[in-house]
Design a protein around this ligand. Structure first.
Ligand SMILES: Nc1ncnc2c1ncn2[C@@H]1O[C@H](COP(=O)(O)OP(=O)(O)OP(=O)(O)O)[C@@H](O)[C@H]1O
Ligand code: SF4
Ligand SMILES: [Mg+2]
Length: 351
């Protein structure tokens, strides 16, 4: 079978032309909300890709679609050399759909393997440690559940040893095993959630606003723990957050999203120091600068207007209604992500 064949790639995860549309009722009509619209990126083993953008731009939907918690509308995803999803659409070298003689998109066979074996390799840690863990379960049972589902022990003693090992890994005390999730602070609950995600020894974790609900001092501890775990275990992260300082700290590379599209991807320092896309520039200029001297000399770019509704997307470039560099071409066609050197990818006609 095609999906059994392993291909070699420097990437652990490759996402191509991912689309996630949701049918939404509007009066008597059903319209498509394009939460994620033609997104492509890749993540290397042991790497952290940060994903940033304003609320509602589609970050969580990307994470959930990757894990096939939603049924993606279209796209191709490969993980560890195996196809995890392929809806069959064909694209040319410029990223445009291949059309047949009658102008219809050409489609190959769809591939949708069973997700169960992938579930062990791909995990998700959620924003709110208060609602994502069952308060009536003990820590031992929360961490033990994925071990049970995937049958990862041969005796009760081995199960317990594994749970204690995981608790130690995330800095939890062995005496906490029999206590209930509701007895813990936010930071400790997030550690329980991470131990649970690590129980199946995954290669990839989607961290969706995993530190956003925590106090700033606790945030730093949990972010450091994510980094230490990565060094120890070689796990790759898609680190979703709206706090650019946190994302810059933890990420090797950063992808910027606007209205369901990725508009820029670059090495984290490069993106922070030399952003190219007009949206990234305004996003970065809104970050508070800790040094007052630097702050005095920097020009803040204030975005005009609101983010358009994803139910009523502008034609062409999604940012054109707020962009001061917009030209006619921007309304006609979405610019492709193009490489500006060293893998710094930007989707803009005029920058
Ligand atoms: N299950 C769903 N059904 C319909 N619309 C949805 C669904 N999930 C998300 N959306 C819509 O898709 C868009 C993207 O939502 P998403 O939650 O992915 O954004 P986000 O970038 O994670 O935002 P935030 O920073 O607030 O978490 C939004 O307009 C949202 O209302
Ligand atoms: S493509 Fe046009 S509208 Fe979009 S960001 Fe670039 S200049 Fe602005
Ligand atoms: Mg979200």
């Amino acid at each position: 079978m095609a999906n059994e064949a392993k291909t070699t790639s420097e990437y652990l995860l490759e996402v191509e032309h991912l689309k996630q549309y949701f049918p939404v009722r509007q009066g008597f009509h059903t319209v498509m909300l394009k939460a994620v619209d033609d997104v492509s990126f890749a993540i290397r083993p042991g790497e952290t890709l940060g994903l940033v953008g304003e609320s509602g731009c589609g970050k969580t939907t990307v994470g959930r679609s990757l894990l096939r918690l939603y049924q993606p509308t279209a796209g191709r995803i490969t993980f560890d050399g195996k196809v995890l999803l392929d809806t069959g659409e064909q694209y040319d070298e410029n990223g445009r759909p291949v059309l047949d003689a009658s102008g219809k998109p050409v489609k190959g066979p769809a591939i949708e393997p069973d997700m169960f074996p992938f579930r062990r390799q791909m995990q998700m840690v959620f924003q709110d440690p208060y609602s994502s863990l069952n308060p009536r379960m003990t820590v031992e049972d929360i961490i033990g559940e994925p071990l049970d589902v995937h049958k990862l022990y041969s005796s009760k003693a081995e199960r317990r040893d594994k749970i204690l090992e995981l608790m130690e890994l995330v800095g939890l005390n062995a005496e906490h095993a029999m206590r209930y999730a509701h007895e813990f602070s936010g930071g400790q609950r997030q550690r329980i959630g991470i131990a649970r995600a690590l129980a199946v020894n995954p290669k990839f974790i989607v961290c969706d606003e995993a530190v956003s609900a925590l106090d700033v001092s606790i945030q730093a501890q949990v972010v450091n723990m994510f980094e230490e775990l990565q060094d120890k275990l070689g796990v790759a992260y898609l680190f979703i957050a709206h706090d650019l300082l946190v994302v810059h700290h933890i990420s090797d590379r950063i992808a910027v999203m606007y209205l369901g599209k990725v508009v820029e991807i670059a090495d984290a320092d490069e993106l922070n120091g030399s952003p190219i896309h007009p949206y990234t520039l305004s996003l970065l200029s809104a970050v508070p600068i800790p040094d007052p001297e630097t702050a005095r000399h920097s020009k803040r770019i204030v975005l005009e207007g609101d983010v358009p509704s994803p139910l009523n997307m502008p034609s062409g470039c999604p940012f054109r209604t707020r962009c001061r560099y917009a030209t006619e071409q921007c309304a006609a066609e979405m610019p492709p992500l193009s490489d500006r050197g060293d893998g710094h990818m930007v989707a803009c006609w005029n920058k």
